[in-house]
Unconditional design. Sequence first.
Length: 349
Amino acid sequence: MAQTPSRLDILSQEPYNAETVLAEHTGVITPTSAFYKRNHFPIPHLDPSTWMLTVDGEVEHSLALSYDEILSLPRRTLSATLECAGNARVSFDPPAQGEPWKYGAVSTAEWTGTPLAGVLSAAGLRDGVWEIIFEGADRGAVADRDGPIAFERSLPLERALHPDTLLVYAMNGERLSPEHGAPIRLIVPGWYGMASVKWLAHIRASSEAFRGFFQWDRYMMVDPADESRREPLAMIRVRSIFTEPVDGSSLSRGRHHLRGLAWSGSAPVERVDISTDAGESWLPAYFTSRAQPYAWRHWEYSWEPDTTGPYTLQSRATDVHGDTQPVQANWNRLGYANNAIVAVDVTVV
Ligand SMILES: Nc1nc2c(c(=O)[nH]1)N[C@H]1C(S)=C(S)[C@@H](COP(=O)(O)O)O[C@H]1N2
Ligand SMILES: [Mo]
């Protein structure tokens, strides 16, 4: 496995889960070796020369597509930020269940593939299709279900047909690697990472709502006050992080450039405000990279502290829909979608 441990903070080896070290985010695109990895099961190593993608269910013609056939379809490239819905889970209090991600389960890549819509139209969707179900080739045991099961997810028809929903074979200009879903993965730009199914093996058109484990028992926002109130996770919520300085660091007196990233799945980020006094007052940061539909933006803020001592730095992103980061995110048992404002504590000496 191509891993460079200094660029990734490894949470577990089997399944392999690793988050990006924030200081690695110097450009908009995350180098593939520093891109976070999130796996539920062991990574399958598939041979593209024998691998086939089956498309069936409520379709006029079932398809079995080879890797080369998919490569020959119309090509589309876009940059998209992928964030795990469990990113920042560690900052929930009381602790939530699940992998203890800090702030590094988010990265951005340039993805190349073909729109899923073309393959679905070749198969011919029947009337009444409601969802498209995607199955990965990875398998394993999960709580409360007879195992082993596959990683399976569905998308509402509208999102499956969106021209930016891609069957992807290249990441950052290189052939997709096994850890990121080779030979083909789905990429659903703007959605939390669980929707972007890796090691795609089977696509099924369905006239019913899918109730698989990773659709129904996980990646659900369950209201702690009433567990019958559940909302499936979809779009990435607006959020920002600091890449510099690192939490707990000491800074000299004088001028500093605070730096970070901001993103939102449903709309471009419009502003980032910075507080250097624990949220008392806020001033705008400026962007140092352009707005793109699905990729995060770099921001900077020039700061010259008046006195020595401790400071709490915070950033707050707002998107063009007016969605902004809360002081505290809604606690939920499975610890998803924590987009609360992050505090970075530094000491000026
Ligand atoms: N087949 C399969 N697809 C999967 C997963 C998985 O475990 N199996 N994990 C999902 C989750 S939860 C996330 S956040 C992203 C992570 O993608 P990455 O490892 O390329 O960063 O893949 C998604 N696709
Ligand atoms: Mo995830």
